[in-house]
Design a protein around this ligand. Structure first.
Ligand SMILES: Nc1ncnc2c1ncn2[C@@H]1O[C@H](COP(=O)(O)OP(=O)(O)OP(=O)(O)O)[C@@H](O)[C@H]1O
Ligand SMILES: [Mg+2]
Length: 281
């Protein structure tokens, strides 16, 4: 089982879109995938339809109990794709966690449960942009961190000052003695202008030298309306845009490249025709 946390200290960079679409593609590739919505704003929890209209529990139970429970997991309508929903709109969990000495490793420990390790091949955790104990716990729970960077100068600077600083704070031997995974940055929402290409190149050259645990993925996710359209339709983007004309690769191609780069064993495996799962009322 491999655990990815999608994190960035900047809001609105595409974390939830990336988590949802990567999770759904991995599920369509045959992996058993568990999404965890660790953002107070439950965007990931609403991204795909769920098989249960009202989940009985979610992340609150997992963190309060310090272990995974079956009732905290809800199936989505996508086969192989389940989710632990965000159910703490007022942010009580953050305050509660702040007073726990084991706050940094509580989620990591819950994910060691056989309910997770035996039932899933991959866990993907979405986080909120703001720094806090829930975000720390989500970052420390991961084997690998994925960080989208949009190729604007300000966003790149924010990444250096925000995300790298956050990682340094959580460095092994730092806050909780937990192991911090490598960070894979993905250049995200790149448009077709030369400027964006230059900035993306600059990001590659500058940041690789900054931090030894940091690398930039070769896959670049372009700015494309397909991602927004798919979110509105509540379907995975690789199913929504299977092919397209022009020079820009389709969302289906991009998402496969990303999945293959993150999990090289999947290389050459393609998502088959989706099967339907019953939608509960
Ligand atoms: N590749 C893309 N091309 C164009 N638009 C995109 C792309 N990916 C995401 N978007 C759009 O960008 C907006 C922000 O995306 P998203 O909500 O995934 O970001 P986020 O990092 O999760 O935000 P927050 O910090 O608020 O949780 C959404 O409207 C989404 O539809
Ligand atoms: Mg989000």
């Amino acid at each position: 089982m491999i655990k990815f946390t999608i994190a960035s200290t900047k809001g609105g960079v595409g974390k939830t879109t990336l988590t949802a679409n990567l999770g759904a593609l991995l599920a369509d590739l045959g992996l058993r995938v568990l999404l965890i919505d660790a953002d107070i704003q439950p965007s990931l929890s609403k991204y795909f339809a769920l098989t249960s209209a009202r989940p009985s529990a979610g992340l609150t139970d997992v963190l309060l109990n310090g272990e995974m429970t079956a009732s905290s997991i809800t199936a989505t309508v996508i086969p192989n794709l389940d989710i632990v929903v965000s159910d703490d709109p007022e942010g009580h969990l953050s305050n509660w966690l702040l007073n726990r000495i084991d706050r940094g490793i509580r989620l990591w420990r819950a994910l060691q449960s056989p309910l997770v390790t035996q039932a899933y091949d991959c866990v993907l955790i979405d986080t909120q942009g703001a720094i806090g104990p829930v975000q720390d716990a989500a970052i420390l729970a991961a084997d690998v961190l994925i960080s989208p960077i949009t190729p604007e100068v300000l966003s790149a600077r924010e990444f250096r000052d925000g995300t790298l600083e956050l990682l340094e704070r959580l460095e092994p031997g730092g806050a909780f003695g937990a192991t911090l995974g490598p960070v894979k940055a993905v250049i995200y929402r790149q448009d077709r202008t030369a400027d964006a290409r230059l900035i993306a190149e600059g990001i590659r050259q500058d940041f690789v030298r900054l931090h030894s645990r940091f690398s930039i993925l070769d896959t670049v996710v372009p700015h494309a309306k397909a991602y927004k359209e798919a979110a509105t339709l509540r379907i995975p983007v690789h199913r929504h845009e299977r092919r397209r004309g022009g020079v820009m690769p389709s969302a289906c191609v991009v998402m496969h490249q990303l999945a293959w780069e993150l999990i090289p064993d999947l290389k050459g495996v393609y998502a088959g025709k989706p099967q339907r799962r019953e939608h509960a009322s």
